[in-house]
Design a protein around this ligand. Structure first.
Ligand SMILES: Cc1cc2nc3c(=O)[nH]c(=O)nc-3n(C[C@H](O)[C@H](O)[C@H](O)COP(=O)(O)O)c2cc1C
Length: 181
């Protein structure tokens, strides 16, 4: 099945071709990502596409907590997506109180589901992606204009792969699945 193959074959890509990214292709990817499930269908994930090379390099230099590994990856990108999420919707009641004892947890949960859908759709359209969790949110917001009331959930590299990474080792099903009797 195509879906199952896609789920298993998608890899994190850390080396990319230098290229002009098609905005129309990214629109096709977001068109799929918007079908990810979300808390009460709140659909809070947003995709901020950065194509300006100077801005991409500035993010690498100033907004990833001097993490050299990620700095090198980001400097090689033609496109970087800043995934943001609208605050105070996912996991909240209309009066602003939390619905569950997990507090703000559901906002990240929804971001992750949407991010995975984004990466899988990108894979299907021939693009590689890499989700990056190391960033300084305040610095990102200094460099790129993000609407008030949104949080940065992840940085996502996107482009055509310039490497074919092997599959990082997975745990066995027996390590992951517990049948509760
Ligand atoms: C929330 C999250 C944060 C991640 N952050 C980074 C990162 O900062 N740098 C990096 O190189 N990879 C990062 N990764 C990629 C993981 O290392 C990768 O998904 C994992 O090793 C499995 O490899 P695969 O995606 O090719 O299956 C991140 C992945 C996730 C889901």
């Amino acid at each position: 099945m195509e879906l199952l193959n896609g789920l298993k074959e998608r890899r994190s890509i850390r080396k990319y071709q230098e290229e002009e990214i098609s905005i129309a292709d990214i629109e096709k990817i977001v068109d799929v990502a918007r079908y990810a499930p979300t808390w009460k269908n709140t659909q809070t994930a947003r995709y901020n596409l950065v194509l300006n090379k100077e801005t991409i390099v500035r993010i690498a230099d100033e907004a990833v907590m001097d993490n050299e590994w990620n700095q090198n990856i980001i400097k090689g990108l033609s496109a970087l997506v800043i995934q943001t999420t609208v605050d105070k919707r996912s996991g909240y009641e209309r009066d602003g109180s939390f619905t569950t004892s997990k507090g703000t947890h559901w906002q990240s949960y929804d971001a992750g589901l949407s991010g995975e859908a984004f990466c899988l759709a990108a894979h299907e359209f021939g693009y590689g992606t890499l989700i990056m969790g190391i960033f300084d949110e305040a610095k990102i917001k200094e460099i790129v204009s993000i609407p008030e009331g949104e949080s940065v959930s992840a940085l996502i590299a996107i482009g055509h792969a310039n490497e074919e990474p092997s599959v990082p080792k997975r745990k066995e099903v027996s390590d992951l699945l517990r049948v509760i009797e």
